[in-house]
Write a protein that binds this ligand. Structure first.
Ligand SMILES: [Zn+2]
Length: 502
């Protein structure tokens, strides 16, 4: 499809108005010419010419558009550029040859590998490929692709990711598989305690099936989130959830950066109207103590105390004990038979951060704006990208703060502008990423065209920090044009951005 994803309740009738190929080419040429305007750019151009003399000429295979399938073509070109993703697909196909996976998933994974293999770089011109067989396999997956004008690059990405995960999970058949389900952040939380149990079980399961371990999903990362009450300081369990991509809200600005989008995602929110369990227990305990005192006074005054009053006093005393125990040891404990009072609403802080960085960091730049009229529009903000991305500021850095008003993790150790000596340290912490591909959406919210920028490695032994062996291509369906890195970083209209850890 050509539109950006909108929850189905907000979907309006989609218009199909693909931006013509000619205008896209014009876009590419415009970017090229604008970066060649200054004298410094002219020096860069000369040095690029020198580089290109040394480099082998690379050709990429395009994909035919089979009717609004640009979302599929651009996503496949991007995925093809990710070495750990290609390895993962290969491993999933091997699992299928051992009889794992149902036939629909198997068909998709096998066809996906067929296409990815053909999207490898060539040293001579190659004809474009028709992704017809993959589309046909995808069409078996429910109603997907049946109505192609409602498709979106992110939906396709998530569908391919969950299909691969289903194949890997079937081979795994362990708690690790359950833990690894591709759920978006916020949907399925596992408390820290549960997490510890599962990790121990994982280890046992891993030992049992060491000969048939599931391949590691390079897209899978883990997020940690924490909700804390500002009034009493109580912190609900730190919850962990897995993710295969992070959906980042793009700020409403003319120009922004990928780091700003990540900072917004991991920022600490303050929410009013929070009902804190600890405050509830405190309020309930106060109420029960009052009731108990009244009934005890009644008992003391009465010469012939009723059995009923005695029973109530015993019950309230037991409840007081349970509440005091809960406050002292575990406020989350079940409090059977006690109706909790609702304290006055308080303010809470809420924050989510990356607890385990994935090999491939897939970022979805959510550009949907919900209008007061009920419709949707596209946020056209220009999101500038970095070739190297240090995600340390957005991770828990292994230390989680339990102070309600403090961020989850301590201040980042990273130097955001990358002095060379700090990069090794960032890399050691698994926090340094290199841009590999971008799916771009041009046009309005409910119409337009998807195309991709894709990095090609011309020298596998080159230092990834320098980027001297990178070649970048803009690929729109059947056309692949080499572009300078500046065009990719400054294009601004990214929709899916793929970083791979180095
Ligand atoms: Zn509280």
């Amino acid at each position: 499809m050509n539109s950006l994803v909108v929850p189905s309740s907000h979907r309006s009738i989609m218009l199909m108005a693909s931006v013509g190929f000619a205008s896209l080419m014009a876009l590419g040429l415009l970017s090229l010419s604008s970066s060649q305007g200054s004298s410094s750019s002219s020096k860069r151009r000369t040095s690029r010419r020198k580089q290109s003399k040394r480099r082998p000429k690379v050709h990429l295979r395009g994909l035919y558009n089979l009717g609004n399938t640009c979302f599929l073509n651009s996503t496949l070109q991007s995925l093809a550029s990710l070495s750990s993703f290609n390895l993962y697909v290969e491993q999933c196909v091997e699992l299928l040859s051992e009889g794992n996976g149902d036939s629909v998933d198997a068909g998709i994974v096998i066809q996906l590998k067929e296409v990815l293999d053909q999207l490898e770089p060539y040293d001579s011109r190659v004809k474009a490929l028709s992704p017809r067989n993959l589309i046909s396999s995808l069409s078996y997956k429910g109603q997907w692709i049946a109505s192609r004008n409602e498709q979106d690059a992110q939906e396709l990405f998530q569908m391919l990711s969950s299909t691969l995960q289903a194949v890997a999970r079937k081979a795994d058949g362990s708690l690790l598989g359950v833990l690894n389900t591709n759920q978006p952040i916020g949907n399925s939380f596992i408390s820290t305690n549960q997490q510890q149990h599962q990790t121990a079980d994982d280890r046992q399961n891993k030992d049992r099936r060491s000969s048939n371990a599931a391949p590691e999903n390079p897209l899978l990362g883990m997020a940690a989130s924490r909700t804390a009450c500002v009034r009493c300081g109580y912190i609900e369990a730190i919850r962990h959830s897995t993710f295969d991509n992070l959906s980042l809200t793009v700020p409403r600005a003319h120009i922004t950066t990928i780091e700003e989008c990540l900072a917004m995602y991991t920022a600490m929110d303050r929410l009013d109207d929070f009902c804190c369990r600890h405050c509830s227990i405190v309020a309930t305990l106060a109420r029960i103590k009052r009731d108990l005192a009244e009934h005890k006074a009644h008992l003391a005054k009465s010469d012939w105390p009723s059995k009923k009053t005695k029973r109530i006093v015993a019950q309230l005393s037991e409840q007081q004990h349970m509440l005091e125990e809960a406050l002292a040891n575990n406020p989350e404990a079940e409090l059977k038979g006690i109706e909790l009072s609702r304290p006055p609403p308080s303010t809470s802080t809420r924050q989510t951060m990356i607890a385990r960085p994935p090999k491939i960091l897939a970022l979805h730049l959510s550009r949907s704006i919900y209008l007061p009229t009920g419709g949707t529009a596209k946020n056209p903000a220009c999101v500038q990208l970095e070739r190297l991305l240090d995600i340390s500021p957005f991770t828990t850095t292994g230390h989680i703060s339990t102070i309600a008003s403090a961020p989850i993790s301590g201040p980042s150790l990273s130097a955001s502008r990358y002095p060379k000596e700090s990069l090794a340290e960032v890399r050691r912490r698994n926090c340094l990423y290199r841009l590999n591909a971008v799916v771009v959406h041009s046009g309005a919210h409910d119409s337009g065209h998807f195309y991709a920028y894709r990095r090609i490695e011309t020298d596998p032994d080159a230092d990834p920090l320098l980027g001297s062996s990178d070649q970048w291509f803009m690929i729109s369906d059947t056309s692949a044009v080499e572009v300078p890195l500046d065009t990719v970083l400054g294009a601004g209209n990214g929709y899916l951005v793929f970083y791979e850890r180095i």
